[in-house]
Design a protein around this ligand. Structure first.
Ligand SMILES: NC(=O)c1ccc[n+]([C@@H]2O[C@H](COP(=O)([O-])OP(=O)(O)OC[C@H]3O[C@@H](n4cnc5c(N)ncnc54)[C@H](OP(=O)(O)O)[C@@H]3O)[C@@H](O)[C@H]2O)c1
Length: 278
């Protein structure tokens, strides 16, 4: 991999399949890695595993529940106490639920965790990323075709789960967020891309009906290939100038659904997200 100097990278979802494999890959590539997770016990276990495998001691663990804006802001404050600049933020964490639950602000849990969490975290870390430029923001999504119900973004009137429901909509939001962010980042020295890891073995969809979950796991691959690519998108010089691109696990730039490119809707999502972040 073609990188210059030591990079400092924040990664969410580090206790999950893709996040952990990517954090490991970043550590192998001599990055200082700040791993974020909601469960401190799990997080410390991942930290010691990464150190043991890579001998890279520059691994910091910061607790952050992405469904709770207050927890994200505490994590950002902790990062800012320890660091004056960052080179990359990798948004990996997500949740897949079959029923509607809420965070402490009454926001639907999938929306709060999968979209609003990375939205807030990214915006709160932009000053550190600017200080570390050239810098990147990479968000893990999927080629979602699910439209956003702006009249009921919180799923209060009608909640549906899964790829065509709240989860699919949250992955559409990841795409639209990246495209809207790319416009805002033009000329700042920070670039942003969005990444589809392909089907990867993990427990993400364990809330699916059992048979579907079993089939899903059977046809999925180990996270290594996706992790290598995600690591490259975060720190490889080759991707330094890629802004607003949707990448697939094989490194190819791909098109997302045409709905995701509607700038009016991207901006509407940005405004709603800003309002709900307060
Ligand atoms: N697996 C696939 O086939 C696939 C396909 C397309 C896209 N993706 C995307 O890839 C990403 C990673 O998925 P994965 O398969 O690696 O899933 P995973 O193994 O279930 O990992 C999910 C991660 O998100 C964390 N997380 C969940 N809720 C959180 C919260 N409120 N606050 C902080 N962290 C939270 C989990 O923490 P805990 O360990 O505490 O639960 C875990 O570390 C997701 O964005 C997913 O949408 C996956």
């Amino acid at each position: 991999m073609n990188t210059t100097n030591k990079k400092t990278v924040v990664i969410t979802g580090a206790t999950g399949a893709i996040g952990k494999a990517t954090a490991l890959e970043l550590a192998k590539n001599n990055c200082a890695v700040i791993i974020l997770g909601r469960n401190s016990e799990k997080l410390l276990k991942v930290k010691s595993e990464i150190i043991q495998v890579t001998n890279n001691y520059d691994i910091d663990a910061v607790v952050a529940d992405l469904s709770e804006p207050k927890s994200i802001k505490q994590a950002v404050a902790e990062i800012k106490r320890k660091h004056t600049s960052l080179n990359a933020l990798v948004n990996v964490a997500a949740i897949f639920t079959k029923s509607r639950t809420e965070n402490s602000q009454g926001l639907e849990y999938t929306f709060a965790t999968n979209h609003l969490g990375p939205f807030i975290l990214t915006n709160e870390l932009l000053d550190l990323l600017k200080a570390g430029k050239p810098a990147r923001v990479v968000t893990v999504s999927a080629p979602s075709t699910t439209k956003i119900n702006f009249d009921d973004i919180n799923g209060k009137k009608k909640f549906s789960s899964g790829f065509l429901g709240s989860f699919g909509a949250s992955k559409m939001m990841n795409l639209m967020f990246t495209y809207a962010l790319a416009r805002r980042l033009e000329g700042t020295g920070i670039t942003t891309s969005v990444f589809h890891p392909g089907l990867v073995k993990s427990d993400l969809t364990k809330d699916m009906p059992k048979l579907l979950y079993y089939i899903f796991k059977t046809i999925s691959s180990a996270p290594d290939k996706a992790a290598k690519m995600l690591c490259s998108l975060a720190v490889d010089k080759k991707y330094e100038n890629s802004n607003g691109t949707f990448f697939k696990y094989d490194g190819k730039g791909i098109k997302s659904h045409k709905y995701s490119y509607e700038t009016g809707l991207q901006e509407k999502l940005w405004t709603v997200s800003e309002q709900l972040s307060k």
